[in-house]
Write a protein that binds this ligand. Structure first.
Ligand code: ZN
Length: 71
């Protein structure tokens, strides 16, 4: 499925808003919600649309791709 088609189907599970492919639609590594300032990772080609798996945008931009366990 093309990224554009995915973007049309998917919505942020938190705010139900539109998502943006990052870094780009050609090879998305994640889907970002600008309203929630978070990124849902794409793992092995599958978008993980779970609030629990979403990374803060700052962490994503810093290179994180999995959520760090909080102690
Ligand atoms: Zn959102």
């Amino acid at each position: 499925m093309k990224t554009k088609e995915l973007l049309a189907l998917l919505a942020c599970p938190q705010c139900l808003g539109r998502l943006e492919a990052v870094p780009g639609e050609d090879c998305p590594e994640g889907f970002a919600c600008n309203a929630c300032n978070c990124v849902y990772p794409v793992r092995e080609g599958i978008p993980v649309m779970l609030v629990d798996e979403a990374l803060p945008r700052e962490a994503w931009d810093a290179g994180a791709r999995t959520k760090e366990a909080r102690s």
